[in-house]
Design a protein. Sequence first.
Length: 238
Amino acid sequence: MSGQAMMLFGFPAIVGVTAGYASGGRLGGLVATRLRALWLVWLAGAMQMAEYTTSRIDGRPGQALRSVLLATAFVTVLGWLLVNLRGRSRLLKTAASTALAGGLLNGMAIALNGRMPYSPAAAAAAGIPPGQETAKNIAAAHGSRLTLLGDFIPVPPVHAVISIGDILITLGAAVVIATAMHQPTPQHIKEARNDSNQQRTAPDDSAVHCGDLRPTSLHHRSPRLDRRLRPHPERRPT
C-alpha cells in the first residue's frame, strides 16, 4: 500500500516543516539537530526489509519469523529513541513518545495476526481493489484479532487505509520535526558566544583608571567638593 507509506513518511514531513515555519522555526535548526547512533536506524530498516521477504512463507513459521523481525525492529527503534532523547526538551520527548506509542499499537496488531489486518470495507472506500495482500497487510477475517488496531480508516485521496497507530505516528513525527526546527543553529550559537565575549571584554565606564583625569572633568565637580580641594590659607599670628 504505497498510499500508506506516503501517509507515514511524506505527510509528517510536510506538516512538520509547515508548522515549524509558522511557529518561527527554521529548516537550519532541523538540519543542525545532532542525531546519535544512526546505525540503529539502518538496522531497523534492514529488519523491515527482511520482513517483506517473508511474504511467501505461510502458516505458523512465517508468522513466527515476521513476529521476531518486527520485535527486533521495534526494540532497535526504541533503543535509538532512548539514546537521542537524553537532554531534549519535554515537548520533543512527548512527541517522540506519541510516535512510539503508535508503533507499539501497530506492532501488537501485527504480532497477533502475523500481518497488519485491514478492513475490506475501508479498503473499498479508499479505492483499493479487494483481496490485496502484502508482506505486512492482510484482509481482516472472522478469526482476526484486535481489528480495532488494524487499518480501518480509509483515506481516499491517497488510496490508503490507516490505523490509529498510524495517526499517532504521523502526529508525533510532525511535532518532532516542528520542534527540531527551533533548535539553535551553529551560526546562532557562534553569535551568542561572540556577544558573551564582547560583554566580558567591554570596558567598565564607571571604573576610574590612571590617566583618565582630564581638565574638562574639573568642570563637573560640585561646589562643595571644589571647596574641599582648595588649600586652607595659613593663619598668621596677630
